[in-house]
Design a protein. Structure first.
Length: 166
């Protein structure tokens, strides 16, 4: 477990250009890895589908109604998570990613915990998420944090939908 004093979680927007640059790198890694895991590997960001490339190139526009949490170790962005704006008392966690070099240090659980706290502060009653079924480690993390499998709201094959009360 990482000494929590070593990792700082910043809310974005509002924290400056270093957050946006680090966020873009994390999102690029997330999307490139996801496409490879889906069997659709691409060489670089230019090969990603338009919707994912747009998140990387302009996260401010892509996540205009969301809160983005970015974990830093020193000046290095090491993890991110997006919390959507509440709709009918429900928010969604998206794009949880920890730089592989910083995994198993409590960063992902810290980001999810911060997302849950943010949601509670904003009157959200339920937080939901979807995760690819092959990401067993992520599913185990979500289960440890109180998420349970829910009826799917997403038609894409191989997604596990989960939720928990806040």
């Amino acid at each position: 477990m990482t000494d929590q004093r070593e990792v700082v979680i910043a809310r974005w927007p509002g924290q400056g250009p270093s957050v946006e640059a680090g966020l873009a790198e994390l999102l690029a890694s997330y999307h490139l890895r996801t496409e490879a895991e889906k069997g659709e590997a691409v060489a670089d960001v230019d090969g990603l589908p338009d919707r994912y490339r747009a998140e990387i190139l302009d996260p401010g526009a892509a996540f205009a109604d969301a809160v983005v949490l970015v974990a830093f170790s020193g000046d290095t962005a090491v993890g991110c998570l997006v919390v959507t704006a509440p709709v009918s008392g429900r928010s969604e966690v998206k794009r949880l990613w920890t730089d592989p070099a910083f995994r198993s240090k409590g960063i992902a659980s810290g980001l999810v915990s911060a997302a849950l706290a943010h949601s509670a502060e904003n009157g959200v009653s339920t937080v939901r998420l979807s995760v690819w079924k092959w990401r067993a480690g992520a599913i185990a993390l979500y289960e440890r944090l109180g998420f349970t499998v829910a009826e799917s709201w997403d038609e894409r094959d191989q997604l596990v939908c989960m939720e928990r009360a806040v």
